[in-house]
Design a protein around this ligand. Structure first.
Ligand SMILES: Cc1cc2nc3c(=O)[nH]c(=O)nc-3n(C[C@H](O)[C@H](O)[C@H](O)COP(=O)(O)OP(=O)(O)OC[C@H]3O[C@@H](n4cnc5c(N)ncnc54)[C@H](O)[C@@H]3O)c2cc1C
Length: 474
């Protein structure tokens, strides 16, 4: 890559020559994410301290080049893509668990820590960091904070923002800001922690994360509920909660989702099965027992379904392997997909699922639905036969109609994947002009030169909005 050697030397002086690159092979490795789009950065740097991040941002502030933070690049909305060129700031060396304070049930981690590895490390302290995105084996805590990731356990334990009490953030001008507290409570000043969570790397680079932890539940039971009716299984979701059963997992898969992962399940579902729920209940043993009895009583009354308990660790492992494999397994159906993570009120899930079936027939597209039914967060995957203009137009039409319906049902366009570049043109469908104006003002306040992840969340105000950056490092 043809980069200004002086500027690259300055980057190298900060992180060390072996921890930055402009070689095309390296740049390709930082050019993509889960959105399947690709944009080459002009350079990549891998800092290993807050001070190095601050020095890089001071340099970016001075020379006005874009900086895009990157975790594992598993984001689904293009958040980590350097769409305007510039520097990718990869967090993979900021990967230390700095502290586990078991007595106060908090931990401090750097952003490059892999979420699943953090959870494993906590087990020996009998502690739990609940957010469990399906990507937990490879996504990072920094990416989770920036997207406010969630997973099956959100129904009981909440999403990332519910488990974070403080942050260290490097601002666009290189200043270091600490937010929040190490204590459970804290109301001094504005809640800047929440402002940064879900801000998709547009307001600052997160360099430390203070998490609140939970005691590891003493007991957990796992169930598969197989249903011959898509409609009735989704109606059951709200009834489970109305019956005072609070599962830590209430996941749903339609028959197409089931079909593509059926070989991974302990037992392949029968032909007439239209949907499946994974239900888990955790807590102390007596409490779990009570709720399990209530669940059994409730489901015995339903003629469309059968409830099976997973007995062995192996069965449970296979159930989760199948659930977490749905997203990549979609490619068994066809080579192109658009994944959306819309949310509707729980009681409107049956309406949403019915709408997706009609949409699928109307546009002659395969659309499969699965996801976190307990909190109304349904992953809608629109599959197209190929990437031809005709198929892409049909997929875009399906996405537009889906979003309009979700808003009509009182929902939101994204429960966990964020806006990035793939939803920015739909922002005004959900947010009113005052909200967008206030959000743009906040971005301008934190990052007046539009250095941090330019072109994300907000649609460009003009054609030249971010284009002027491209080539700054050249
Ligand atoms: C198979 C699969 C399953 C998935 N399942 C789920 C799921 O169940 N739930 C869910 O919520 N998501 C899921 N995702 C999406 C994705 O894993 C999450 O969005 C995750 O939080 C992204 O983490 P990452 O480390 O890959 O971040 P990246 O993709 O690298 O970056 C995501 C965003 O975070 C910003 N960022 C990264 N690090 C920092 C930092 N230190 N400071 C500031 N900004 C930063 C980036 O600039 C970008 O905007 C899934 C993805 C895949 C591929």
């Amino acid at each position: 890559m043809n980069m200004n050697p002086d500027l690259f030397h300055k980057i190298a002086a900060i992180v060390g020559r072996e921890h930055c690159s402009t070689s095309l092979e390296d740049l390709h490795c930082y050019s993509y994410d889960g959105s399947k789009q690709s944009f080459l950065p002009e350079a990549v740097a891998l800092p290993d301290s807050t001070e190095q991040v601050a020095a890089l941002l001071k340099l970016a502030d001075h020379y006005e080049f874009p900086v895009v933070a990157r975790g594992a690049g598993s984001g689904m909305t293009g958040g980590a893509l350097p769409t305007a060129g510039g520097l990718v700031l990869a967090c993979s060396r900021l990967n230390r668990i700095l502290e586990i304070d078991a007595d106060n049930q908090i931990a401090i981690v750097q952003p490059g820590v892999i979420t699943g590895e953090f959870q494993q490390a906590l087990k020996k302290y009998k502690l739990l960091y609940p957010p469990d995105p399906a990507s937990l084996k490879f996504c990072t805590m920094g990416g989770n904070v920036a997207e406010c990731a969630g997973g099956p356990s959100a129904i009981k334990y909440g999403v990332t923002k519910d488990s974070i009490i403080g942050l260290e953030v490097v601002l666009a001008n290189g200043d270091i800001l600490t937010t929040g507290t190490r204590t459970e409570k804290g109301v001094v000043g504005y809640d800047l922690t929440r402002l940064f969570i879900g801000s998709e790397g547009t307001l600052g680079i997160v360099t430390k994360i203070i998490t609140r932890l939970q005691p590891l539940p003493e007991w957990k039971e796992t169930f598969l509920l197989q249903s011959t009716s898509l409609q009735k299984s989704t109606e059951l979701v709200a009834r489970i909660l109305q019956n005072n059963i609070l599962p830590c997992t209430l996941e749903y898969m339609d028959r197409t989702a089931l079909r593509i992962v059926s070989d991974l399940l302990p037992k392949a579902p029968a032909e007439n099965i239209q949907a499946m729920l994974i239900i888990e209940i955790d807590g102390n043993r007596e409490h779990v027992h009570d709720m399990v009895e209530r669940l059994k009583t409730l489901t015995q009354r339903e003629t469309h379904c059968s409830l099976q308990q997973a007995i062995s660790e192996e069965d449970i492992r296979e159930i989760w392997q199948a659930r977490r494999s749905i997203s990549p397994a979609c490619y068994k159906l066809s080579p192109a997909k658009t994944s959306e993570d819309v949310v509707v009120p729980r009681t409107r899930i049956p309406d949403l699922v019915r709408f997706c079936e009609t949409l699928s027939q109307r546009l002659a597209l395969t659309i499969l639905t699965f996801g976190h039914a307990g909190d109304g967060n349904i992953h809608v995957n629109i599959m197209t036969a190929d990437r031809s203009p005709q198929e892409s137009a049909k997929s875009a039409e399906a996405k537009t109609q889906l979003f309009q319906e979700v808003i009509r049902l009182g929902g939101t366009l994204s429960g966990e994947h964020g806006v990035g570049i793939t939803k920015s043109s739909f922002l005004s469908l959900e947010l009113d002009t005052t909200s967008i104006r206030v959000m743009r003002s906040l971005k301008n306040l934190f990052d007046p030169k539009n250095i941090l992840n330019p072109g994300k969340i907000f649609p460009p105000e003009s054609e030249n909005d971010t284009a002027h950056f491209s080539g700054k490092i050249h």
